[in-house]
Design a protein around this ligand. Structure first.
Ligand SMILES: Cc1ncc(COP(=O)(O)O)c(C=O)c1O
Length: 456
């Protein structure tokens, strides 16, 4: 589709009127690159430059840009019936999607509640926990435990669960409801401690936190399988199984926030069971569910919770939570087509094939003096930078990561700097040759940025 481009003057004036996510309101305009089209793993900016989409939009463009099948499915549904009220009506497409999703979801997580995005999925999962415990007569069992540096969205509840202090500076949170335990980042473990001992420490910390608050007051533990915007933190082996066991022991619901990891990012539809060996009580998803073509989220809830609720009372018991756009027909059509593409193109197998190459090529960057650590899983990775790895300084190193981002983009690659890490989650269709191209550009950018600050 051809859209008349704005003049640069119009762009500056109109841009001031947009309030962007995480907007710095002290400056009038952002310094954004404007994009105009996409194709496969590439996007094109307003000047016509072709760039590899390293972050895959924002961990979401799983099947790649410009898929005509996606566009056609969306258009067909919009033409046939563009809206259905989920309060009053059903649709066969929604049932088909739900049945497909439930077949992929771990264990008994066979109930699906549709939302509009990841934040509303997290919010709905937490509200379901409140509801579940209210129905059980456990009205005090509502406290939530989350992790430092986790990210769970921008609703009041999700933002309160998120664990970055810098995001809370000028914002209010739901006071007294959420408690944070440590980020399970192996690199930051106490000096001389083994990874296993670090895992012991984290598991003990969680259990002590539950005991300190009182198990009768703790409703849920929420955790991303791999912390995404916290910097692609892969926890120590056994962490998820052991924290899950602690939760079960104290009747605390385990909510796995798979907004990033579900739908193929790690080579499985869901990471919780296939990769980390747990069947949580609830899983929150969004992003890869529609590959970002239209907004949609979903919460998966276990039969166990539903059966418990059904056995409690024969009286009407409403889960009074829902959205005008829960199960929006156009989003349902996009999600069904997205699954078709994943299945027909064997994208899970593809990620399992190319993921190790992606990790291995990026791991080579650890040879560079300014690379503190390369970590990741599947098609999700972070290259953490430090100008002085023995004395990490987040502000200084974040500046450096911004320089790497700028140079990468000049050379045809978008990377997403998260503090001092370059974070990547390319479309799942990326090939081995494109992975080589991506790592080549990133390496050259790190070397050039190092030279600019007098390193190397
Ligand atoms: C793990 C996780 N949970 C929740 C969210 C919130 O999702 P959304 O931005 O779609 O509301 C995100 C967004 O990046 C996320 O990474």
């Amino acid at each position: 589709m051809t859209v008349e481009p704005l003049t640069s003057d119009e762009r500056t004036r109109f841009d001031e009127q947009v309030v962007y996510p995480w907007e710095d309101v002290s400056v009038p305009t952002s310094e954004k690159t404007f994009l105009k089209s996409g194709d496969g793993i590439y996007v094109r900016d307003s000047a016509g430059n072709r760039l590899i989409d390293g972050p895959g939009g924002m961990w979401c463009v799983n099947v790649g840009h410009g898929r005509t099948e996606m566009a056609q499915a969306i258009a067909d549904q919009a033409m046939t019936l563009g809206y259905v009220s989920p309060w009053s009506f059903g649709m066969d497409h929604t049932l088909r999607l739900t049945h497909r999703l439930a077949a992929y979801s771990p264990g008994d997580l066979n109930h699906v509640f549709y939302t509009t995005c990841g934040s509303t999925a997290v919010d709905s999962a937490l509200r379901f926990m409140f509801f579940y415990n209210n129905c059980r007569g456990l009205r005090d069992k509502k406290q939530i435990i989350a992790r430092t540096d986790g990210y769970h969205g921008s609703t009041f509840l999700g933002a309160t669960c998120s664990g970055k202090d810098s995001d809370k500076l000028h914002m209010d949170m739901a006071e007294g409801l959420v408690h944070h335990v440590s980020n399970p980042k192996p690199l930051n473990r106490p000096e001389g401690m083994s990874i296993d001992a670090f895992c012991d420490l984290l598991v003990t910390e969680l259990e002590e936190k539950i005991l300190e608050i009182g198990p009768e007051n703790v409703g849920a533990f929420i955790a991303e399988p791999v912390l995404a915007s916290g910097g692609v933190i892969v926890p120590p082996p056994g962490y998820h199984q052991r924290t899950f066991d602690v939760c079960r022991k104290h009747d605390v619901l385990y909510i796995s926030d798979e907004v990033v990891t579900a739908f193929g990012r790690l080579g499985s539809m869901f990471a919780s069971e296939d990769i980390y060996g747990i069947v949580p009580d609830m899983i929150t998803t969004a992003k890869g569910l529609t590959s970002g073509y239209v907004p949609m989220g979903a919460v998966f809830i276990s039969d166990r919770l539903f059966d418990a609720l059904r056995n409690l009372s024969a009286d009407p018991t409403y889960f009074s939570n829902g959205f005008t756009y829960s199960g929006h027909p156009v989003a349902v059509a996009a999600a069904n087509k997205n699954l078709d593409i994943m299945e027909h193109e064997h994208l899970l197998e593809h990620v399992r094939t190319v993921g190790p190459h992606f990790q291995a090529r990026l791991a080579e960057l650890a040879e560079l003096d300014v690379v503190r650590e390369v970590r990741g899983e599947g098609l999700m990775a972070a290259v953490e930078l430090s100008l002085d790895p023995q004395n990490p300084d987040e502000a200084r190193d974040s500046e450096f990561a911004l320089a790497v981002d700028r140079i990468s983009q000049e050379n045809g690659l978008i990377v997403r700097p998260v503090y001092n890490s370059c974070v990547m989650s390319p479309p799942l269709i990326i090939t081995v040759a494109q992975i080589d191209q991506l790592t080549h550009i990133l390496q050259a950018a790190i070397e050039q940025a190092s030279a600019e600050v007098g390193f190397g």
